[in-house]
Design a protein around this ligand. Structure first.
Ligand code: ZN
Length: 506
């Protein structure tokens, strides 16, 4: 078989798997939105069947032969060629999928299913001991997974690889150290400032039907294509891109808190714009898939925070918001509203944190995950370690484990290595936005937003980020789009400017 024939066959197989996996995505979306309760049993069987079929097709040794044939040829040598990126990423995923023994995959599935239930109970009852043996088992199994996959320097590197290929513990440590050093004093300055926003204006009566209309119109203005997507309601918001022409987002509405649904929709719309603008012709292959979790998160946070908490955005939308909610906002000024949605304040819960303190929550989790995997920290000592470190980062005392180390679902599903991608998303978002402003003109972009026109910014993202799929790893994509490697600089500068805008002291 020639290398060209091998590549054609590899792509055919990859696209077939893309279709198969998109079927599972539709079923999963339905499960979280409209499936009746009694459908859970059958849905479980359907999902398990598709997952095992997909795994079996992907780990077929024939794929290894095809990859080897291509790798031994000139076909995948040109760094700019489609084949190079597709072969590199299919090889990475194939090796990972085949190096982890089936028995370990089965056990992880079994252990994490039980652990998620135990975690829910433990969190509700504020009882860490209920979750502890499950987490101990998960840490042990994740160590085995890292050993099976192989790694350099730190087991954690094998786990990050699943979410952020090419990123290492060493890089993350440096990013977090630089970031924390600058964030802690910045957050302190805000805390010491006598100027405080009135958050209560966001906690007035916001009728849900009007919130829905307002959020939909904002999503459409950003460029979300409702002919190729939907917005529905779920307990936990998410975005699921099935493939070309169909991307679903969800949110949840709180009639007494405006920010929850609105910024949730902005966030998921950011994810969705990425999915809707991946190159359709590459669907099912790495070139048609988002670059990494961190880059995906950069797109959601760019629209949610960099755009959606900015003044130009609300110069356009605030009068419309007042029209939609006259009872709540008739007596509120744009300044007061803008300040309220940008409040920075240390708090206990990650998912409720503002964009500045958010990253300290992640720094904490990253440190603890590293220590758990290396064995420097045992699961028994986790609550104490959490509480001590939390106080040193936030200056707050953790009142209980439910609001401490039990607050997140991630460890219960085995997602060690996942958390850093949230902060990478914040940093990439700031660096992309700074580059877009530099290249397109900051005032031109601000003027666009004041008119409710986001086309120019969106096109920049489509060209520099979305259309590339997995052509480059995240670090390289960042260098190409912004001219420099990822650093906390743009993000810290962005926060300092905001701080100066509201407090005049930073
Ligand atoms: Zn997200």
């Amino acid at each position: 078989m020639t290398a060209a024939d091998a590549y054609a066959e590899l792509i055919r197989r990859s696209k077939e798997l893309g279709v198969l996996n998109s079927c599972a995505a539709v079923l999963s979306w339905d499960q979280h939105t409209y499936m009746p309760r009694n459908g859970a049993g059958l849905r479980g069987e359907q999902m398990a069947f598709l997952a095992s079929l997909s795994h079996q097709k992907f780990t077929d040794p024939k794929n290894n032969e095809l990859l080897s044939t291509i790798e031994g040829s000139d076909l995948a040598k040109d760094p700019e060629a489609d084949a190079t990126a597709n072969v590199r990423e299919i090889r990475r995923a194939y090796d990972r999928a085949t190096k982890i023994p089936a028995s370990l995959v089965d056990e992880l599935a079994r252990v994490t299913t039980a652990a998620q239930q135990a975690w829910e109970h433990a969190k509700k009852a504020n009882h860490f001991a209920t979750f502890r043996p499950h987490l101990e088992r998960i840490v042990e199994l994740k160590r085995q997974e890292a050993d099976a996959v192989g790694y350099k320097d730190h087991r954690y590197n094998a786990l990050i690889e699943e979410y952020e290929p090419g990123t290492t513990v060493a890089e993350l440590k440096e990013l977090f150290a630089g970031l924390t050093k600058q964030l802690v004093p910045l957050i302190q300055k805000v805390a010491d400032s006598p100027k405080k926003p009135d958050r209560s204006i966001l906690e007035r009566e916001f009728p849900v039907d009007r919130q829905k209309l307002f959020a939909e119109s904002a999503a459409a203005s950003l460029g979300f294509n409702f002919a190729a997507g939907r917005l529905d309601t779920t307990a936990h918001p998410f975005c699921s891109g099935f493939g070309p022409g169909d991307c679903r987002i969800t949110t949840r509405y709180n009639p007494r808190f405006f920010s929850e649904a609105f910024f949730g929709v902005m966030h998921e719309t950011g994810h969705a714009l990425y999915e809707q603008n991946l190159p359709a012709e590459h669907f099912g292959t790495p070139l048609g898939v988002a670059c990494s979790f961190g880059i995906h998160e950069s797109q959601s946070r760019l629209w949610e925070n960099q755009v959606g908490r900015g003044r130009p955005f609300w110069q356009h939308f605030f009068p419309r918001l007042q029209q939609a909610f006259p009872a709540a906002l008739a007596d509120v000024s744009l300044d007061a509203f803008h300040f309220a949605i940008n409040d920075v304040k240390p708090s206990l819960i990650r998912v409720e944190a503002d964009e500045a303190t958010y990253n300290l929550h992640i720094a904490l989790r990253f440190e603890l995950e590293l220590a758990l995997l290396s064995g420097d920290l045992t699961v028994v000592d986790l609550p104490d370690a959490w509480n001590t470190r939390f106080t040193s980062l936030f200056g707050l005392t953790v009142p209980d484990d439910a609001r401490g180390c039990l607050q997140d679902i991630h460890w219960s599903f085995g997602g060690l290595g996942y958390f850093p991608t949230y902060t990478l998303g914040n940093l990439y978002a700031a660096q992309f936005m700074a580059a877009a402003k530099h290249q397109l003109g900051a005032e031109i972009l601000a003027d666009d937003m004041r008119r409710g026109d986001f086309g120019r910014l969106k096109e920049w993202l489509v060209k520099n980020i979305h259309r590339n799929g997995q052509r480059y790893r995240a670090g390289e994509l960042c260098r190409r789009a912004t001219g420099s490697p990822l650093s906390p600089e743009s993000f810290v500068q962005y926060l300092n400017e905001k701080c100066a805008e509201f407090h005049g002291v930073c």
